[in-house]
Design a protein around this ligand. Structure first.
Ligand code: ATP
Ligand code: MG
Length: 242
């Protein structure tokens, strides 16, 4: 089966005063409908890798960085699009095919819950249909649609963030520690609903978490991560691989 993501020798460095960071991906292949976890301690590069997969960050180097919109599409050469500075194309690919749940939800505070969920569909010019209603019901937030995000509980906000990430029906869902700020019971309940949806809609899920036990219980394939200090102590290098 052709992977949804296929990465070879991908490198991304982040420079900071006296303490550089380098993410290295020798090889990762993620198949359609796989559920994958990026597990590792704080600062090991989980968000950096998710941003690369979300086409938000430009890799410094990549022997191969390919992505497919879904199981039926041809692979796209993402690295070539970055190299040719095709930002608009990358932005459209991201909007059309990827749902991204940020660590803190990332909801717009001045829009209602309904408007937040509708926004990705509007940006794509998708027709109004019952998607917002049905996804809100599944996520258990249908009674909160007219509220502003500031009036929701932390758990409700993360449910809305998932609804928004899925409203345009992407086949790829990226989630960055989506339940880290919640109590374990609420976290488990939300992830159970998300996993049902992801399985039912044939979505490929990639989720970052520092919580091994949680990932283990969710039955996700975890990528291996290891770290070393290189370049004479100046660079903290973190490697993720299959
Ligand atoms: N915009 C940036 N500019 C420079 N360095 C950055 C930037 N963002 C992150 N870093 C550095 O890159 C490294 C990896 O950060 P990243 O956010 O990917 O880690 P993480 O695994 O997601 O951590 P956490 O679990 O705390 O969210 C860290 O050393 C961080 O300080
Ligand atoms: Mg992070």
């Amino acid at each position: 089966m052709t992977p949804i993501y296929s990465l070879r020798q991908v490198v991304k460095s982040r420079l900071a005063e006296g303490a550089g960071f380098r993410l290295v991906v020798p090889k990762i292949d993620i198949l359609p409908r796989e559920h994958v976890a990026l597990v590792g301690h704080s600062g090991c590069g989980k968000s950096t890798l998710l941003d690369l997969l979300a086409l938000v960050l430009h890799p410094d180097e990549a022997e191969r960085f390919e992505m497919r919109a879904d199981a039926e599409s041809d692979p796209l050469d993402v690295q070539e699009l970055w190299r040719r500075k095709q930002q608009n194309r990358l932005s459209l690919l991201r909007k059309q095919h990827i749902g991204y749940v940020l660590q803190q939800g990332g909801l717009l505070p001045y829009l209602t819950v309904r408007e937040n969920i509708e926004l990705p569909r509007q940006l794509l010019g998708l027709p109004e249909d019952d998607t917002v209603k049905s996804i809100s019901r599944v996520m258990g937030i249908h009674r909160q649609l007219d509220k502003l995000p500031g009036l929701l509980s932390a758990g409700e906000r993360q449910r809305v963030a998932f609804a928004r990430a899925l409203a345009h029906r992407p086949k790829i869902l990226l989630a960055d520690e989506p339940t880290a700020s919640l109590d374990p019971i609420t976290a488990r309940k939300i992830m159970a609903v998300v996993m049902e949806l992801v399985k039912g809609l044939d979505i490929t899920l990639i989720i970052a978490s520092h919580d091994w036990a949680h990932v283990y219980k969710m039955d996700l394939r975890s990528l291996h991560q290891e770290a070393e200090v290189v370049d004479g102590g100046k660079v903290y290098q973190s490697t993720f691989h299959d």
